[in-house]
Design a protein around this ligand. Sequence first.
Ligand SMILES: NC(=O)C1=CN([C@@H]2O[C@H](COP(=O)(O)OP(=O)(O)OC[C@H]3O[C@@H](n4cnc5c(N)ncnc54)[C@H](OP(=O)(O)O)[C@@H]3O)[C@@H](O)[C@H]2O)C=CC1
Ligand SMILES: CC(=O)N[C@@H](CCC(=O)OP(=O)(O)O)C(=O)O
Length: 348
Amino acid sequence: MKYSVAVAGASGYGGGEVLRLLANHPEFDVRTVTAHSQAGQRLRSVHPHLASYGDLELQPTTAEVLAGHDVVFLALPHGHSAAIAAQLPESTLVLDAGADHRLEREQDWIDYYGSEYAGSWAYGLPELILADGTKQREQLPGCRRIAVPGCNVTAVTLALAPLIHHGVIEADDLSAVLAVGPSGAGKKASVSLLGSELIGNIAPYAAFGTHRHVPEIRQNLRRASGSDVTIAFTPVLVPAARGILATCSARVAPGKRLADALAAYNDVYADELFIELMPEGVLPRTGDVIGSNRTQLAVGLDARAGRIVVCSAIDNLGKGTAGAAIQSANIALGISEPTALPVNGVAP
Ligand SMILES: NC(=O)C1=CN([C@@H]2O[C@H](COP(=O)(O)OP(=O)(O)OC[C@H]3O[C@@H](n4cnc5c(N)ncnc54)[C@H](OP(=O)(O)O)[C@@H]3O)[C@@H](O)[C@H]2O)C=CC1
Ligand SMILES: CC(=O)N[C@@H](CCC(=O)OP(=O)(O)O)C(=O)O
């Protein structure tokens, strides 16, 4: 028998991508989709590309509507998941694409989000290497509450975690500059970014360490190394609907060389289906990962600067949201991890 599934926030970009991927999931049966201002509309009026969903109608997002399903994906704005999740049975697997349950330190939440702290859940980044050499994946089987990472966070964490775990880079001098597509801001915000503001424009935002993903990245890298790290993080909005290209760098630790970096990635990611260290001379591009659940990485040594540089590309709506949610759901339920998750991208 299939697991019954509800997707809350189904009219948004994240919810829509969860639905697109779930259409190919042999063990999940999407019975309910919900929205807020667009409740009452047909799903297909909002997402004409989701042809396989027929006449499914968007319901209001309430705990009553979501109750009674085996699996609930929440793709709601920050601050709207916690109250709903608290009303769902403990036996229901809930995956929250929002930030409400990602941070383990209350002070981080207060500093960057400012609202009431709702506590932290198991973290849905299976490939994250932990200080003790295990991976985050091992904490997910049987879980019924999972916090899906922020998309920028995924791109930076997967790039830097092996290096910090293996002591190849200095923990106090990390930097990440990201080119990000507007769909990361959600449908409403993206649609309001008129073409004239977006096309032909490249603009930083949430600069100077103010972005709310900073504490989440620091938390992940702390989990990877066992020690605190500092990172300068700057996202830059670019006119490409989807995708994140993160360029991360760090000072090389004394005595370490490029070979140590390559060995670190090989150790941590050699068996990972969704993470690929590109062959020498090939750099990651967002165009090659769009539509997939993959992360492409390339690493090099800028010898004159004494810095390791890592480029990392993901689809913010794939590995950055919906893919990560489904991957974690598969693990939690004991389903084969890659089920319904594309390895190949869409090109051009
Ligand atoms: N987009 C991305 O790349 C990523 C997004 N996320 C996170 O996923 C979550 C969803 O993001 P995304 O899909 O991009 O956002 P969208 O703006 O595209 O969609 C938001 C969804 O939430 C619904 N909604 C809006 N206001 C409320 C409310 N007050 N109560 C209940 N539902 C509401 C909307 O319904 P309606 O349309 O009917 O108003 C819509 O279905 C967010 O927390 C986001 O931070 C995480 C990683 C990456
Ligand atoms: C372009 C853009 O605005 N992108 C978003 C990405 C949001 C995301 O990853 O999700 P959470 O908000 O759930 O953390 C941002 O940088 O804030």
